[in-house]
Design a protein around this ligand. Structure first.
Ligand SMILES: *[C@@H]1O[C@H](CO)[C@@H](O)[C@H](O)[C@H]1NC(C)=O
Ligand SMILES: *[C@@H]1O[C@H](CO)[C@@H](O)[C@H](O)[C@H]1NC(C)=O
Length: 433
């Protein structure tokens, strides 16, 4: 018996030595890929945390690191190595004046609600803000959870969107083969035909159901440029995106890409690009409160506009908070302008366009049907900016939906002072099996 134990002991020792050796084999020379992944994750997280000057524990489980503004992730982007942060927009004051003019001119919106603060809706805030503030000179950065990074296919995949056109299809574009967008379902209203230098909208905030963790639902304002298989875009709005955030809370997001989400672009700060200047707003942070049926609707105001002097695309959240900007170095044509603006929702799922369809919802999860517009995905006060730098109501808006039986798009402009866009739906339902 004693001998047996001793024998086992030796075997264990041997196993430990072998394991130990495997761990010491450097990158790329073998070793299990999952172990490599763990190391890579640790490195990435350590890198992000290195410059944290203060840590805030939010009641919803998030951890917010206050990172030195000059040490933020954006500067890892090769084009931004020598970037100088611009804290305020060059002609902000001038714009504000125009804003006021436009707002005063506005009439009551169509959705009939009781309390008014921002048009017909109340402003939301971020959950973590109850637990503390980041000092001046820092930016609040939501800490990425190790388990969320580990779940991604690769570290590079984390926080990314998937393309809607496969690379093979891009090659087929010149042939007669029809090329379709895949795995993304949109219900939007859009405008084309101008040089767009800004876009704005109030988006009602909901918490739609997301069926599986690799799917997401978003509602946003987007400026887009280029062909549908290779577009540039910048977007901001709210998202329920479990694979990025690890839960199904509704969160503020920003996104950008320069190649139709094939190789570039990320949510929030997960890859370098967006330069954050605000010490109050955290990208990816949970939003509260959320609109619920037959109660006051809550909305977020998203305003994206180009600084004509520096060509930076600034993001403003609510009426006065500047969050940060996308530097022109990131873009091609969008250095100068966008060709299109879109407002509305998007669902990502590999069960889009198939049966059974995904049950992931868009907007509030309800179809926009009269008279229940109080509780449906809504974008109001849609505005654009062209060369004149004045916010205008877009003259030509067209609704569009990929799957009208699953997610609807309704643009209401007749007999109303300020057109509104209603969108969304439940995904799978009897007419979208
Ligand atoms: C809005 O609601 C109020 C009170 O509930 C009602 O008196 C009013 O007629 C409604 N307005 C519209 C346009 O439906
Ligand atoms: C859409 O999802 C399917 C199933 O996972 C996948 O095979 C296909 O490549 C995806 N399409 C694109 C364009 O990524």
């Amino acid at each position: 018996m004693e001998k047996m134990l001793h024998f086992h002991g030796t075997i264990f020792k041997l196993i430990f030595i072998i394991l130990g050796l495997t761990c010491m084999i450097p990158y790329g020379y073998g070793g299990s890929s999952s172990r490599q992944k763990v190391l890579e994750v640790k490195r990435k997280l350590k890198h992000l945390r290195k410059h944290s000057l203060k840590t805030i524990q939010s009641e919803d489980g998030d951890i917010i690191d206050c990172i030195d503004i000059y040490k933020q992730p954006a500067f890892d982007h090769p084009a931004l190595k020598h970037h100088k942060i611009q804290i305020v927009m060059s002609f902000n004051f001038q714009l504000k004046k125009y804003d006021l003019y436009i707002y005063n001119y506005q009439m009551a919106p169509t959705c009939n609600t009781t309390k008014t603060k921002m048009g017909s809706m109340s402003v939301t805030s971020q959950v973590w803000q109850k637990s503390g503030r980041c000092p001046e000179g820092t930016i609040p950065v939501r800490r990425i959870r190790k388990r969320d990074l580990l779940k991604a296919h690769s570290i590079e995949d984390y926080g990314r969107k998937k393309p809607s056109i496969s690379p093979q299809d891009v090659h087929n574009l010149d042939s007669s083969v029809s090329v379709e967008r895949q795995n993304h379902s949109k219900a939007i209203v859009f405008t084309v035909g101008y040089r767009y230098l800004g876009a704005k909208g109030d988006i009602r905030v909901f918490q739609p159901f997301v069926e599986t963790d690799d799917e997401y639902t978003t509602s946003q304002v987007a400026l887009v440029n280029g062909a549908f298989y290779d577009f540039e875009s910048i977007e901001a709005g709210w998202a329920v995106n479990p694979s990025v955030y690890g839960d199904k809370q509704t969160r503020l997001f920003v996104y950008w890409t320069v190649d139709g989400s094939t190789k570039t672009g990320c949510f929030d700060l997960t890859c370098p690009g967006f330069v954050q200047t605000s010490n109050e707003v955290a990208l990816g942070a949970a939003i509260n409160p959320i609109s619920i049926p037959s109660d006051i609707p809550f909305a977020m105001t998203i305003y994206i506009y180009k600084d004509p002097i520096t060509n930076k695309w600034w993001l403003q959240y609510d009426e006065e908070r500047m969050v940060g900007y996308w530097p022109p170095e990131l873009f091609r044509g969008m250095k100068y302008q966008a060709e299109s603006v879109e407002w509305g929702g998007e669902v990502y799922s590999t069960r889009v366009g198939t049966s059974p369809h995904t049950r992931t919802q868009m907007g509030s999860g309800q179809f926009p049907t009269v008279p229940f517009w109080d509780y449906c995905g809504t974008v109001s006060r849609m505005r654009i900016q062209d060369n004149s730098a004045i916010l205008k109501s877009p003259p030509l808006l067209q609704p569009f939906t990929d799957e009208y039986n699953c997610y609807e798009a309704r643009y209401v402009s007749d007999y109303v002072e300020d057109p509104e866009f209603y969108y969304g739906g439940p995904g799978r339902n009897p007419s979208c099996p």
